[in-house]
Design a protein around this ligand. Structure first.
Ligand SMILES: [Fe+2]
Ligand SMILES: [Fe+2]
Length: 387
């Protein structure tokens, strides 16, 4: 095992979001500890179970666990970690099972051993913060097949402790932010109620953006709170349209110059409404919302910025926004069918849109990653017809 330098420790201590930690664990920590397999479970928002958030494989013959694997609160691993607040080593469970004094103890330990075997776990490490078990790290064998040393278990435990702190604080921060976002969301709902053509638009743009954002994870994880930022900016990008008149929102023919100039102001209006969120996200949240109509070749509005002068979040939203506008009916035209929409995206590749984002979008479409979103759109259309 190589030594952990003070630079490594510094890097870990500076981390503020779970995404950044996941990236560090994937790219460095698993190599450092020579772990063949690692699964990270995090306590869900309702605090009813631990959901699998990440699996990392460093050896070929590791099948891992099913993506929907959960550890419920009654799970023997969870109860044991909560009771002892210490890591569980499979080899120790085996030894303890042999010397168990009571049938109850024997029963519990054999349950625990079987559970560990099912999860391919050699070691389970609790992530505790303020006495709350917020994360569970499940480690497979070491690549060398050697056993984990006491020193390694201790070192890994202190990393998981740091991870738990980040997850816990991030959860608190998220709750605080959600409180503010929910009031802005009300304005968005009012807008969508005013303009039936945009019903569900912000929700779908947010979901399209998140699917495509996964393909830019490296870039996005470098932006503080990048993933959260992408969701909120995609969801709230048009909230400033609330200040447009109904006449403009619902106009069936094309807009005259004056009306179009009014529409072009909506990124500024959106930025004003979301301004309280700058406190947590910094200037990036404002810039992203302001630039969601900028084109890759610099012909967009409001500034005419081009290429990478616009951040990756706004470049993703630009495509997601157009895509959603094209698949839905608008006052001035009917929805396009999917193959027409895809060819429109290709046409705008490199002019309206960032070519890398278009490629990622087309790939996600081919992989069927948008199916659930299309289904929700269909459902809301049926709802509209019923209404
Ligand atoms: Fe917009
Ligand atoms: Fe939009």
């Amino acid at each position: 095992m190589k030594k952990l330098t003070s630079e490594d420790v510094d890097k870990i201590l500076k981390i503020k979001t779970p995404e950044q930690l996941f990236a560090l664990i994937e790219n460095e920590i698993t190599f450092f500890f020579e772990i063949s397999y690692l699964a990270i479970f995090i306590l869900n928002n309702d605090e009813t179970e631990y959901v699998l958030r990440k699996q990392i494989f460093r050896a070929k013959d590791m099948p891992g666990v099913a993506r929907d694997t959960k550890l419920v609160l009654k799970d023997s691993i969870v109860t044991h970690l909560l009771a002892t607040k210490k890591p569980i080593l499979l080899k120790e469970v085996r030894v303890n099972l042999e010397v168990a004094l009571t049938p109850d103890r024997q029963k519990f330990l054999s349950l625990l051993r079987n559970r560990l075997l099912k999860l391919k776990a050699e070691l389970c490490v609790p992530g505790l913060e303020n006495d709350k078990l917020v994360a569970i790290f499940v480690l497979g064998k070491k690549i060398s097949k050697e056993e984990f040393s006491v020193q390694e278990v201790e070192l890994f435990s202190s990393l998981v402790e740091q991870f738990a702190k980040v997850v816990y604080n991030f959860g608190l921060l998220r709750k605080e932010i959600e409180f503010f976002v929910s009031s802005i969301r009300k304005i968005n709902n009012d807008l969508e109620a005013k303009d039936p053509y945009t019903a569900g638009h912000s929700y779908r743009v947010a979901r399209f953006s998140m699917v495509v954002g996964k393909k830019f994870q490296n870039e996005i994880s470098k932006i503080p709170y990048g993933e959260m930022l992408l969701y909120y900016t995609a969801e709230l990008h048009d909230v400033g349209k609330i200040n447009l008149s109904d006449r403009i929102l619902k106009k069936k023919c094309s807009l005259d110059e004056q009306e179009y100039n009014a529409v072009k102001k909506h990124p500024f209006e959106s930025a004003k409404i979301i301004a309280p969120l700058e406190k947590w996200f910094g200037r990036t949240i404002i810039d992203t919302v302001l630039c969601h109509h900028e084109n890759y070749d610099g012909t967009g509005y409001p500034y005419g910025k081009k290429g990478e002068e616009v951040n990756i979040l706004a470049r993703i939203i630009r495509v997601a926004d157009s895509f959603d506008a094209m698949i839905t009916d608008r006052p001035y035209r009917k929805a396009l069918v999917h193959h027409e929409v895809l060819s429109e995206l290709k046409k705008g590749r490199g002019t309206l849109y960032d070519p890398k984002v278009v490629d990622a979008f087309l790939e996600a479409y081919r992989e069927g990653l948008f199916k659930d979103i299309f289904f929700s759109q269909l459902e809301s259309r049926l709802e509209d017809r019923k209404g």
